[in-house]
Each structure stands twice: as C-alpha cells, then as structure tokens.
Design a protein around this ligand. Structure first.
Ligand code: AMP
Ligand code: ZN
Length: 468
C-alpha cells in the first residue's frame, strides 16, 4: 500500500518494524466538550485506514489517549486550560467533565461505525510514566527547570522541524498573534513537560513529582502513552493536520531524545473539515455535532458516506446542501443493494477483477472516493446477485457504511397502512420546510403529526411514519 507520509512528504510504500504487525497510535479527543463533526472526520478516516490494514492481513494494535489534563487553548504553552474552562462553564469538576465527554465521544463513534481502539488511556491514568520519561530527559540533558516548570530544550536536537520547511519565525511559539512569550524558555520553540508554576492557580488536578506538586504538559502524554502501549517502535501515528505542529513535532522531539533512536515511521494527517465561514471550532458558540445532525434528520452514516466521498488529504467543506446530496446518493445505493436477491453462481475471475479495483483505490493513498466508485462498479457489473452481495459486504467491512443492514431493513419494510390525508399533507409541508432548512417549522409540524397519532422517523432510507 502506498500512503502519504508527512515525514518524507511523499507517498511511500507502507512498511512496519515487525512484518505483518502495525503499531498504530491516534491522538484522542480533548474531552471538555462534544466532538464536532470536523474532529470526527479525522476519526472516520483513521478508522477506515485501520480497517483496511486489518483487511489486508495486518495484525493492528491501535492505541489512543484521552486528553483529560493539560491541553491549553493556544498552540503554545499559554492560553486557557481547556478542561478547566469546560468545568467552569458547566459547574462541574474536571473529572466529571472528562467522564461525560469521553462517554459522549465513544457514543458518537459508535453511531459512525468507528471501532474503539484496542487500548484507550486517559492522560490522568499515566502520570507515573510521564514522570519517569521527564526524569530521564533531564538526566540526558534534554530538559531543564526554569521558573518552577520543566521545559524540553529544543536546541539540543539536530533537527526540530520535521514535517515542514517553513521558516522558523513563521512557526515559532512566542511570535504568533495572541500567544504570549514565556520568559522562562531558553529557546522560543522549547515547550513545557511539567508545570508546577502555572498561571492557573485554580488548576484542580495536581500530582506529586520530583519537581513539586504539578501537572503534565499536553505533548508528553501522547509520547508516553504510545511508548508504553505500542513499544519503542511506532509504525503509524495519526491525527488531524493541525496537530502536525507543534504537537506531533514535540512528540517526536521527546520520544526520540528519550529512546535514542528513530521512533515513528509513518505520519498520517487528515485535513480539515471547514464550513463556509472557515475552520470549525469547539470554542465558537453553536458547533456541529452528530446529535445536531440527527436532530435535523440525518443518519450519522450519511455523514460517514459524505466524508468517504472525498480524499483525506484535501480539506472538505461542510454544508447542508452537500450533506443532502450525500443522503440522496446513499439512499439510492441502499435501494439498489436491496434489489439484489443473493442468487447465482459467482464468476471468480470477474469477482477478483472487481476486488482488485477496490484494492487499487485503497492502496493508492487510501482513495476512499475511488473505493466507493469500485463499489458502484460491482453493482454495474455482470456478476451474479450473490457475487455482488458478497463483494459489497466485503468492501463494507472496511468502509463501514452499514449498507447490507440498511438494504435488509429496506427490504423487510411493509407498506404503510392507509395514512389520513391531513397527516400526509403535514408530512409534505414538513419535507418542504426541511428542504428550506426551516428546522423550527419542521419540528413544529412533526409535533402536529404526532398529535394526530403518527411518529415521524428519519431513517437511512428516508422519512417514515409509524402509528403511535
Ligand atoms: P481535539 O479534541 O481538539 O484534541 O481534536 C481531536 C482531533 O480532531 C485531532 O486529531 C485534531 O487534529 C482533529 N481536528 C480538529 N479540528 C478538525 C477539523 N476541523 N477537521 C478535521 N479534524 C480536526
Ligand atoms: Zn497527541
């Protein structure tokens, strides 16, 4: 498989340290709020990559952290603590916030058919490991204490900027707008490994350490959680493109300084989901969540389909119109699959040719949109229905669009009983309101319909009525 590697800035043949085994690490969510559908785009694409590697015969060990301490709102080591901000907003403790939003994150993942990683570790569950690695970095001369905090000394590295050739001044922490310079640092790219003197006097979670009561920086958690659970050699590290700098850059700095050898072979970065008005952000008022999409009548798997229709290395613009198009294409696809009747001999040559088409798409830097085209090719092919169903199920074990299940549901649906004209009219008005994105009116009409004894249900196959 050829995969774009941010480290070499080209598509490389994917290889692993131990043949047949992939040690894979993913930066998990910062659990101070719901994940927005932009975050989830990254997790969907990483899920497809993981499943495709398994499908190709690899044994995959996937590890993910949960950032429940130490993630600051700025790119540097300044700005507000995101977890504390969340706790204050909701009048809860940091741990209550972390638990609630960790559960919410995995509930969203389940709706999107995203497999839970083999190992999930909250940062607060790994403090001893952070202290061990930071102590060793100090011993090796890669870290120093200043003003009560422990910093990583980036001047000790041969090369700090590993992912890009940008000018140092463009990237360096301390010169960006809105980021304050930290006077304790010897070099502007140095970053905090452990805080004992933070500007957040009200920091709730603190631990004893050789340097005093404090808490870890954000970057150290991913290095430590990966090294502990994936071993010394990581094959594949994933995350959104915004994390390439400084987060992943700092992870490499710490891990390689600690280990004394190269750490991770492949870096997989998913580009952003944007809205018409720009970058999606959790801190900007109303943001797009899976629940919001559901409230507006969209099946979460339609969003997954929408994501897979584009390449992960291109930024993607979200709009309800684009999602409507994906929903229509998804319903059509399911309807076509529902017409297949699982009969006929399977022409093995044709079967292999079509399967090769899917593999060629996925092997070319995870081209999921071409993989979906390969799926349409199956439907158009001369293969028997039984062969088509088998291949579609095979492809969908990677794409995870729930196609076979949705087709089965569609097939087993019985025609609706006679519906009163008044209910049909209201349903039609509701359809029109939704088309115009007048969700308030659509909700009002749904209530009227339910007052007449019918529940309106949005399903993957379209809007349905159920007698109450
Ligand atoms: P966070 O919860 O902020 O730590 O982010 C979780 C993951 O989502 C990280 O891998 C980010 O790089 C990624 N991410 C953040 N914003 C977006 C976006 N708009 N589109 C795609 N991925 C994103
Ligand atoms: Zn990380």
């Amino acid at each position: 498989m050829k995969l774009y590697n941010s480290l070499t800035r080209r598509k490389d043949e994917f290889t692993t340290h131990t043949p047949g085994r992939v040690e894979m690490y993913t930066c998990g969510p910062t659990v101070y709020h719901y994940a927005h559908i932009g975050n989830l785009r990254s997790y969907i694409m990483e899920d497809v990559l993981e499943k495709y590697l398994r499908w190709s015969g690899y044994d995959v060990n996937r590890v993910m952290n949960i950032t429940d301490v130490g993630h600051l709102t700025s790119d540097g080591d300044t700005g507000d603590d995101k977890m504390l901000k969340g706790a204050k907003r909701e009048h809860k403790t940091v741990m209550e916030i972390a638990k609630f939003y960790t559960d919410a994150f995995f509930a969203d993942c389940e709706k999107l058919n995203i497999r839970k990683p083999d190992t999930v570790v909250p940062a607060t569950g790994c403090i001893g490991e952070f202290i061990k690695v930071i102590s060793s970095l100090i011993e090796k001369g890669f870290a120093y204490e200043a003003g009560g905090n422990i910093y990583f000394d980036t001047s000790k590295l041969e090369k700090y900027y590993i992912f890009n050739d940008f000018a140092e001044e463009d990237l360096a922490v301390g010169v960006r707008e809105g980021v304050e310079a930290d006077g304790n640092k010897r070099n502007k790219t140095d970053f905090v490994l452990w805080f004992t003197k933070s500007k957040f006097e009200d920091q709730e979670l603190k631990w004893e350490s050789p340097w005093g009561l404090g808490y870890p920086g954000w970057h150290i958690e991913c290095s430590c959680i990966s090294m502990k659970n994936n071993g010394e050699y990581l094959d594949l590290h994933c995350g959104g493109i915004d994390n390439a700098f400084p987060h992943h850059t700092n992870e490499v700095a710490q891990s390689e300084a600690y280990l004394g050898h190269p750490w991770c072979g492949f870096w997989f970065h998913v580009h952003h989901l944007n809205t018409d008005s720009g970058k999606m952000s959790k801190s900007k008022g109303e943001f797009l969540t899976v629940s919001l999409l559901e409230q507006r009548g969209y099946d979460p798997l339609v969003y997954r389909f929408f994501c897979l229709q584009s390449h992960y290395r291109k930024s993607l613009v979200f709009s309800y119109n684009n999602l409507d198009n994906a929903a229509a294409a998804y319903s059509k696809l399911v309807a076509k699959i529902a017409q297949l009747d699982n009969t006929g001999e399977i022409d093995q040559d044709e079967y292999r040719r079509l399967r090769d088409g899917f593999m060629a798409a996925m092997d070319n830097d995870l081209n999921t949109s071409l993989a979906i085209t390969a799926l349409y090719d199956v439907l158009k092919s001369g293969l028997s229905d039984a062969g088509k169903l088998e291949l579609i199920a095979d492809f969908d074990s990677v794409l995870s669009l729930g196609l076979i299940e949705a087709a089965k549901r569609l097939k087993s649906d019985k025609p609706a009983d006679e519906v009163p004209a008044e209910v049909s009219e209201l349903l039609e008005m509701r359809r029109a309101a939704r088309k115009e994105k007048n969700f308030a009116l659509a909700d009002e009409l749904r209530d009227k319909i339910s007052a007449l004894g019918y529940a309106v249900e949005e399903t993957r196959e379209g809007t349905k009525l159920r007698k109450l």
